[in-house]
Design a binder for this molecule. Sequence first.
Ligand code: FRU
Length: 497
Amino acid sequence: YSEEDLYRPNFHFTPKKGWMNDPNGMFYYNGYYHLFYQYYPDSNVWGPMHWGHAISTDLITWTEKPIALYPDEKGYIFSGSAVVDVKNTSGFGSLKNPPMVAMFTYHDMKKEKAGETNYQSQGIAYSLNEGLTWTKYEANPIIENPNIKDFRDPKMTWDAIHQQWIMVLAAGDKTMFYRSKNLKEWELLSDFGKDIGAHGGVWECPDFFPILVEGSDDYKWVMLLSINPGGPNGGSATQYFVGDFDGKTFTLDKTFSQDLKEQEALYIDYGRDNYAGVTWANISEVDGRKLFIGWMSNWQYAEKVPTEKWRSSMTIPRELSLVKENGRYRIAFQPVRELNNYISKTIKKETLKIDKETIITDQSLVDLSKVEIRFTLKGLKKDVYTFSFSNKSKNTLRFGINTKDKYFFIDRKNSGDLSFSDVFANTVSKAPFTEDFATMEVKVIVDKTSIEVFYNNGKTVMTEIFFPEKPMETFTVSKANFNFSVENLIINQLNFN
Ligand code: FRU
């Protein structure tokens, strides 16, 4: 197998060549979803950061465009965000041709090497041709470093509730909020997060937005916040907070404060490979969905995974919602529905009785390197329910539910090449479940080198990558003790030709 054949994902975005990390600056405009990303074209490890660029009409098939932002004498171009300035508040464009405005972090390597702490500041750039080319603002940086070592990853949003631009950035062990009238001058409002949530690592890549609580007219404000290291299964992970924002200050909802007394943090994904994810701007003009994408890797081993030509891919884009259940707020994710447009064949089974290890499907029926699988588990007892993808090279990727000890898991200990890192498969990754489930609804998305599992409408998600020696050929289910049944099984073959 060539690296392309074996490892290049079928339907997850990867750059043709070079290194990629965080998604940056996503917005929607004029029929296109734009995705920018931390990019180093000249190597397959992290280096002088650029913003790469790709566009899509459906969030699934992407076309790479020329590099959007290059590092310059002020520094590398670290993560940030972009908005379509529809009212031309910045004056960079016109009402007829609104500018796209990006804010990024300048990371000044010279200052860092000289031992100074003030080497990260914020700069802006604008585009008058739908993000194809960008002009950096001559008065950069627009936000100077206030002597905070980690001061980065600005995320801008139009706050329609308070009629202002707002921006949140990560500042070490907290986030800081700003507001603006013109995207150029920013006023510091408040900060959030000291001693709140998980602090096992530095805070990075915040996102902050209002969202309607599903099935109601109430809305809440949500913060996504990436931390590295200190994730629940090691390394990088993204936690979230739910609360209220009065235009200046973010306050946790009472119920969420209670949640944080019961567990250190809530994570949008308990797998090890969903980091630095944020949401798209300017989607409301389409259909108001809140759309998210994350970097499908982990700083623990991202630079060592066994691909040479490119490194890293993005998660499947996901629709984010906020649900209220039993008085508690939870974020839920679903893969975007556009994936359904690629279904070429469906296999259905109403009831599958499992009394030993049972093969659900194999390569004679579906290509397991591009599938979406859904099923319902009913009448679960205290047991361990294991689903596995395997091949004749004896590689096995397992995921499932341990209802005895109350966790979901992904186990990639035998999933193929592990030689590149000691920690890649050192433990089984786990996600807690706190409720009692009689019925468990499961959705799984599998590409050549990734698995994304959505439990119970996406209230618990686990995303992980793996590197098999040959493609996975068989999908099996087994149980430890009690017989059970898999109901309403649907296997959707996806096709991208
Ligand atoms: C997160 C991150 C950001 C930073 C970028 C640099 O993965 O560390 O905080 O802006 O990567 O590439």
